[in-house]
Write a new protein. Structure first.
Length: 172
């Protein structure tokens, strides 16, 4: 089935709500799967940095809630890796003191089982803290999600529109 990106963008943005109907989200996923990862990453970075979309932490938490165990572990570990030693020092304030690592240069990591114990709220706090500690985490997470486009189905209409705008008006 051929999906026109421009038509899909009109459906998404013309729907009049922040959420996207499941059939339209499925079409978005089909387009995202066939798009270049660089275009997806650029679109996600634009959405993560936009004032028209929810905060970065909220969007990361939403996608975390849709993730399988391996993806959840990847999300948390990518966020932790992006903190740096100064950012890791603040993990205790988030109730994540067990993740501070054993030394100043040690990046903590979580197993699949540990990642499954995180709530979307904790991931939102971690993502917000990571962004405040290291704004480049937005690009790192954009690259991660570009490799897992199924998770983008939980994005709101505005964010999906931004991703589609980077893909362009070409049939898929």
């Amino acid at each position: 089935m051929t999906i026109n990106v421009g038509n899909l963008m009109q459906q998404i943005l013309g729907g009049g709500s922040e959420t996207v109907a499941p059939p339209v989200a499925d079409q978005f996923h089909q387009v995202a799967q066939s798009a270049a990862p660089e275009a997806l990453s650029a679109g996600l970075a634009a959405a993560f940095n936009s004032w028209r979309t929810p905060e970065f932490g909220a969007m990361v938490a939403s996608m975390f809630g849709q993730a399988n165990p391996e993806q959840k572990s990847g999300i948390v570990n990518r966020l932790l890796a992006g903190l740096g030693s100064a950012g890791r020092a603040g993990l205790g304030q988030l109730g994540l003191q067990g993740l501070t690592g054993s030394g100043a240069t040690t990046t903590p990591s979580v197993s699949l089982e540990q990642a499954a114990q995180f709530s979307p709220g904790q991931v939102q706090q971690l993502a917000t803290h990571a962004q405040n500690s290291n704004p480049e985490i937005v690009d790192a997470m954009s690259n991660f999600y570009a490799q897992h486009p199924v998770l983008m189905k939980s994005l709101g209409a505005e964010a999906m529109g931004m991703v589609l705008s980077k893909i362009g008006n070409r049939p898929t």
